[in-house]
Design a protein around this ligand. Structure first.
Ligand SMILES: *Cc1c(COP(=O)(O)O)cnc(C)c1O
Length: 322
């Protein structure tokens, strides 16, 4: 399926570079016209699978203000698929509330639960026969194939001289599909690039071993040769930026957000503020000569998507923001 616009640009951020360390940005914020960010590449494969299996609905899980749930609702509705999501609480931010409002306005059927422990009981009754289950963040093998494509797109750009070779890719590490797909592409092309996942969820929800396993499984699904040692060598987790936990502001993230804004890049507190803080730190410490920050947040304005949104969410959904 083609719902996004590719290739996305790879651009230098000279003003934020240091003599010993250059910063570049992969503009996956521009991956979709109506809504971009990293969920679009995953949906290319997820929606295709739902259609080919004759499903009528997609059933997924996420935090209340999930970008994955919003992106899935928007793009699924264009191919006549209904989306239902089981949502768990997250810290209240205006951005998160607007994401859910936009989703509801686009036809999302949302079920609020109090904690992740309540999900297994509810889920089968929502999935039923005609629903395709998609895990949080769209991070199964199917979705991750989209980020393998993203990495191959970058590899082609490097090979044809459209951009230079990088020493490291810095990307937010949530449910892990984005990092796993990028890693699969880097390994399969034998690129000498470290893939650094910046942790934005608690360690037990997404670990290094899970990402490597997902990356290998995705390589296998794409019929690429597997080189187990290369996955281990190339993938690093940077756990320094999480702060109090998923969705919580951090001081470093706020600082990174201000710096990025001065250069026209919009960040969110949950994912990209923390990932960009990590990228800026790698530039400061000069550990890598050339770094690519992989931008994962949509930069499309949310206003058009809020056109049919309810002014106020119903009580059950409001209770998701804590
Ligand atoms: C979902 C998301 C991520 C995390 O990607 P995963 O594939 O879940 O690790 C990063 N940034 C943004 C803006 C997201 O919405």
């Amino acid at each position: 399926m083609t719902i996004g616009r590719y290739p996305t640009p790879t651009e230098p951020l000279f003003a934020l570079s240091k003599p010993q360390s250059e910063l570049w940005i992969k503009r996956d914020d521009l991956s979709g016209e109506a809504y971009g960010g990293n969920k679009v590449r995953k949906l290319e494969y997820i929606l295709e699978k739902a259609k080919s299996r004759d499903k009528k609905r997609i059933v997924t899980v996420g935090a209340a203000g999930s970008h994955h749930v919003l992106a899935t609702t928007l793009y699924a509705s264009r191919v006549d698929l209904q989306v239902e999501a089981v949502l768990v609480p997250q810290p209240r931010t205006a951005h998160a509330v607007d994401n859910l409002r936009a989703g509801v306005g686009l036809g999302l059927r949302a079920h609020a639960v109090k904690s992740v422990r309540d999900i297994p009981k509810l889920l089968p009754t929502v999935i039923r026969r005609d629903g395709l289950f998609v895990p949080p963040g769209g991070s199964n093998i199917t979705g991750t194939l989209g980020y393998l494509d993203g990495a191959l797109e970058l590899a082609d750009a490097i090979q044809t001289g459209c951009c230079p070779r990088f020493d490291a890719i810095v990307v937010a590490l949530g449910s892990g599909g984005t990092a796993a797909g990028i890693l699969a592409g880097v390994v399969s092309r034998n690129l000498d690039i470290d893939v650094i996942g910046v942790r934005i969820v608690e360690p037990h929800l997404s670990g290094r071993a899970q990402v490597i396993a997902l990356s290998m499984a995705t390589s296998r699904a794409a019929r690429l040769p597997i080189y187990p040692k290369r996955y281990l060598e190339r993938f690093k987790v940077d756990g320094r930026w999480l702060g109090r936990g998923y969705g919580h502001f951090t001081e470093a993230g706020e600082r990174a957000t201000r710096i990025a804004a001065d250069h026209g890049i919009l960040l969110d507190p949950t994912y990209t503020a923390k990932a960009f803080a990590a990228a800026l730190d790698f530039i400061d410490n000069g550990r890598y000569r050339r770094i690519l920050y992989w931008h994962t947040l949509s930069s499309a304005p949310l206003t058009p998507l809020l056109e049919n949104a309810p002014q106020k969410l119903d009580r059950g959904l409001r209770s998701l923001f804590v």
